[in-house]
Ligand binder design. Structure first.
Ligand code: FES
Ligand code: FES
Length: 167
Protein backbone atom coordinates (compact mmCIF):
# COMPACT_ATOMS: atom_id res chain seq x y z
CA UNK A 1 0.00 0.00 0.00
CA UNK A 2 1.05 3.58 -0.51
CA UNK A 3 1.15 5.69 2.64
CA UNK A 4 0.95 9.46 2.56
CA UNK A 5 0.87 11.53 5.72
CA UNK A 6 2.26 14.74 7.21
CA UNK A 7 5.26 14.29 9.45
CA UNK A 8 6.74 17.24 11.32
CA UNK A 9 5.03 19.62 8.93
CA UNK A 10 6.08 17.92 5.70
CA UNK A 11 4.16 15.63 3.41
CA UNK A 12 5.82 12.24 3.39
CA UNK A 13 5.06 9.20 1.27
CA UNK A 14 6.13 5.59 1.33
CA UNK A 15 5.35 2.88 -1.18
CA UNK A 16 4.80 -0.79 -0.68
CA UNK A 17 4.10 -0.44 3.01
CA UNK A 18 3.09 -3.84 4.32
CA UNK A 19 -0.01 -4.28 6.43
CA UNK A 20 2.03 -5.43 9.41
CA UNK A 21 4.28 -2.37 9.47
CA UNK A 22 3.81 -0.03 12.39
CA UNK A 23 3.94 3.74 12.25
CA UNK A 24 7.10 3.46 14.35
CA UNK A 25 8.77 1.26 11.75
CA UNK A 26 7.81 3.64 8.95
CA UNK A 27 9.06 6.68 10.84
CA UNK A 28 12.39 5.09 11.66
CA UNK A 29 13.13 2.88 8.70
CA UNK A 30 11.40 4.58 5.80
CA UNK A 31 11.33 8.25 6.77
CA UNK A 32 14.74 8.33 8.47
CA UNK A 33 13.47 9.65 11.79
CA UNK A 34 15.16 7.57 14.49
CA UNK A 35 14.17 9.81 17.39
CA UNK A 36 11.18 7.69 18.36
CA UNK A 37 12.70 4.65 19.98
CA UNK A 38 11.79 1.02 19.69
CA UNK A 39 12.12 -0.65 23.06
CA UNK A 40 9.19 -2.96 23.65
CA UNK A 41 6.94 -2.78 20.56
CA UNK A 42 4.06 -3.60 22.88
CA UNK A 43 2.84 -0.23 24.06
CA UNK A 44 4.40 -0.65 27.47
CA UNK A 45 7.41 1.64 27.63
CA UNK A 46 6.40 4.87 25.90
CA UNK A 47 9.75 5.29 24.15
CA UNK A 48 7.96 5.55 20.79
CA UNK A 49 5.52 8.29 21.86
CA UNK A 50 4.48 10.69 19.10
CA UNK A 51 1.61 13.05 18.44
CA UNK A 52 -0.93 11.68 16.00
CA UNK A 53 -3.35 14.44 15.03
CA UNK A 54 -2.33 16.23 18.21
CA UNK A 55 -2.98 13.30 20.54
CA UNK A 56 -0.27 11.18 22.13
CA UNK A 57 0.11 7.72 20.65
CA UNK A 58 2.52 4.84 20.96
CA UNK A 59 3.74 4.62 17.39
CA UNK A 60 4.60 0.95 17.83
CA UNK A 61 0.91 0.17 18.29
CA UNK A 62 -0.38 2.18 15.34
CA UNK A 63 -0.58 0.24 12.08
CA UNK A 64 1.11 2.46 9.52
CA UNK A 65 -2.01 2.50 7.36
CA UNK A 66 -3.91 4.26 10.12
CA UNK A 67 -1.64 7.27 9.73
CA UNK A 68 -2.77 7.86 6.15
CA UNK A 69 -3.62 11.53 5.65
CA UNK A 70 -2.96 12.34 9.29
CA UNK A 71 -0.49 14.61 11.05
CA UNK A 72 2.36 13.07 12.95
CA UNK A 73 4.80 14.99 15.12
CA UNK A 74 7.84 13.21 16.46
CA UNK A 75 10.47 14.39 18.90
CA UNK A 76 12.42 15.71 15.91
CA UNK A 77 9.51 18.00 15.08
CA UNK A 78 9.21 19.81 18.40
CA UNK A 79 12.01 22.32 17.95
CA UNK A 80 12.36 24.96 15.24
CA UNK A 81 15.23 25.23 12.77
CA UNK A 82 17.33 22.60 14.47
CA UNK A 83 17.02 24.24 17.89
CA UNK A 84 15.91 22.25 20.89
CA UNK A 85 12.45 23.16 22.06
CA UNK A 86 11.80 24.38 25.57
CA UNK A 87 10.98 20.93 26.97
CA UNK A 88 14.01 19.32 25.35
CA UNK A 89 16.26 22.03 26.79
CA UNK A 90 14.78 21.54 30.23
CA UNK A 91 15.57 17.80 30.10
CA UNK A 92 19.17 18.56 29.26
CA UNK A 93 19.55 21.28 31.88
CA UNK A 94 17.90 19.25 34.64
CA UNK A 95 20.16 16.28 33.97
CA UNK A 96 17.16 14.12 33.13
CA UNK A 97 19.00 12.23 30.39
CA UNK A 98 21.29 9.31 31.08
CA UNK A 99 21.36 6.63 28.39
CA UNK A 100 18.72 8.68 26.58
CA UNK A 101 16.77 5.77 25.23
CA UNK A 102 13.57 6.74 27.00
CA UNK A 103 14.08 10.46 26.54
CA UNK A 104 12.29 11.10 23.23
CA UNK A 105 9.14 9.49 24.54
CA UNK A 106 9.32 11.36 27.82
CA UNK A 107 9.92 14.63 26.01
CA UNK A 108 6.89 14.24 23.76
CA UNK A 109 4.67 13.17 26.66
CA UNK A 110 5.97 16.01 28.82
CA UNK A 111 5.42 18.46 25.97
CA UNK A 112 1.78 17.40 25.83
CA UNK A 113 1.43 18.08 29.55
CA UNK A 114 3.31 21.35 29.65
CA UNK A 115 1.50 22.88 26.69
CA UNK A 116 -1.88 22.56 28.39
CA UNK A 117 -1.79 25.95 30.02
CA UNK A 118 -0.86 25.43 33.65
CA UNK A 119 2.03 24.42 35.84
CA UNK A 120 1.35 20.82 36.80
CA UNK A 121 1.96 19.52 40.29
CA UNK A 122 4.48 16.74 40.79
CA UNK A 123 1.56 14.36 41.14
CA UNK A 124 0.12 15.51 37.83
CA UNK A 125 3.52 15.11 36.20
CA UNK A 126 3.87 11.57 37.51
CA UNK A 127 0.37 10.73 36.33
CA UNK A 128 0.93 12.20 32.86
CA UNK A 129 4.19 10.28 32.46
CA UNK A 130 2.95 7.02 33.93
CA UNK A 131 3.08 5.35 30.52
CA UNK A 132 6.76 6.11 30.06
CA UNK A 133 9.45 3.93 31.60
CA UNK A 134 13.02 4.86 32.45
CA UNK A 135 15.61 2.40 33.70
CA UNK A 136 18.29 4.92 34.54
CA UNK A 137 17.23 8.14 36.19
CA UNK A 138 14.98 7.15 39.04
CA UNK A 139 12.49 9.67 37.59
CA UNK A 140 13.27 12.54 39.99
CA UNK A 141 15.29 14.49 37.47
CA UNK A 142 12.63 13.90 34.86
CA UNK A 143 10.07 15.42 37.22
CA UNK A 144 12.48 18.32 37.79
CA UNK A 145 12.79 18.79 34.03
CA UNK A 146 9.04 18.92 33.48
CA UNK A 147 8.61 21.34 36.37
CA UNK A 148 11.33 23.55 34.89
CA UNK A 149 9.77 23.42 31.43
CA UNK A 150 6.37 24.37 32.81
CA UNK A 151 7.84 27.28 34.75
CA UNK A 152 9.43 28.59 31.59
CA UNK A 153 6.44 27.93 29.36
CA UNK A 154 4.10 29.68 31.79
CA UNK A 155 6.29 32.36 33.39
CA UNK A 156 3.32 34.24 34.81
CA UNK A 157 2.40 31.37 37.08
CA UNK A 158 -0.07 28.58 37.31
CA UNK A 159 -3.52 28.71 35.84
CA UNK A 160 -6.25 26.20 36.41
CA UNK A 161 -5.99 22.95 34.50
CA UNK A 162 -8.13 22.96 31.39
CA UNK A 163 -9.82 19.80 30.28
CA UNK A 164 -7.65 16.72 30.66
CA UNK A 165 -5.77 15.65 27.60
CA UNK A 166 -5.01 19.14 26.40
CA UNK A 167 -5.27 20.28 22.83
S1 FES B 1 8.23 0.73 21.82
FE1 FES B 1 6.23 1.52 21.76
S2 FES B 1 5.56 1.52 23.83
FE2 FES B 1 7.51 0.56 23.89
S1 FES C 1 17.72 7.57 30.62
FE1 FES C 1 18.14 5.46 30.24
S2 FES C 1 16.15 4.53 30.17
FE2 FES C 1 15.79 6.57 30.77
Amino acid sequence: MRLSCHVNGERRCADEVAAHESLLFVLRERFGLPGSKNACEQGECGSCTVYLDGVLACACLVPAGQARGRKVVTVEGLGDDGELDLVQRAFVEAGAVQCGFCTPGFVVAAHDLVRRGYRPTDEQIREALAGNLCRCTGYEKIIDAVRLAAERWWPDGAGEPDEAGGG
